[in-house]
Write a new protein. Structure first.
Length: 182
């Protein structure tokens, strides 16, 4: 069984990216699962706190979920043409020695109400993923623009073309993760 952890990069309760990950979880092959983590409770990274008492329990639990996963899907919104600060904060916490990321397969996707998709945020992730030593899936890309027209009020994806692209994306990534395991 392949266990993938999906991490949405938004704190919004009605986040398009969390909805995207929930939809992805229903489209994976039978030998795969996607569980969705939250970054909502993570505090801002504070080196003094880390030195004084170590990482907070919520950070340790988040990091453990990453370590236990066979692969990660980062569902990244785009804020001001880049990575959301809260998402980068979560990755910064989990990268503290020992890092939870070295050699881990990762895919990046995203949804935004804007018209450019999340291409700039996904590009901004590349140097971060590289320095963390992650194995980036480049088989397919998924950048959803006009998210308000793609998602229903209850978070379901209503666009069949997007559902097909999401299925292709997650199935391709599951295969990439499987091949990474040897």
């Amino acid at each position: 069984m392949i266990h993938i952890l999906g991490i949405p990069g938004s704190l919004r309760k009605e986040s398009y990216n969390a909805a995207l990950l929930r939809a992805a979880a229903g489209l994976v092959p039978d030998e795969c699962t996607i569980n969705v983590a939250s970054i909502r409770e993570l505090p801002l990274y504070d080196g003094d706190l880390e030195t004084a008492v170590g990482p907070p329990a919520v950070v340790a639990a988040f990091k453990q979920r990453i370590l236990a996963a066979d692969g990660l899907i980062l569902a990244s919104p785009e804020y001001n043409h880049s990575i959301p600060g809260v998402f980068k904060n979560a990755v910064d916490w989990a990268s503290r020695p020992p890092s939870a990321f070295g050699g881990k397969p990762v895919a990046v996707m995203g949804a935004t109400p804007g018209r450019m998709g999340t291409i700039l945020a996904q590009s901004a992730w590349l140097p971060v993923l590289r320095v963390l030593g992650m194995r980036l899936y480049v088989g397919k890309s998924l950048m959803i623009s006009g998210a308000a027209e793609v998602f229903a009020d209850d978070g379901r994806i209503t666009d069949e073309t997007i559902l097909d692209k999401l299925r292709e994306f997650v199935c391709g990534f599951a295969g990439f993760v499987a091949s990474s395991r040897g």
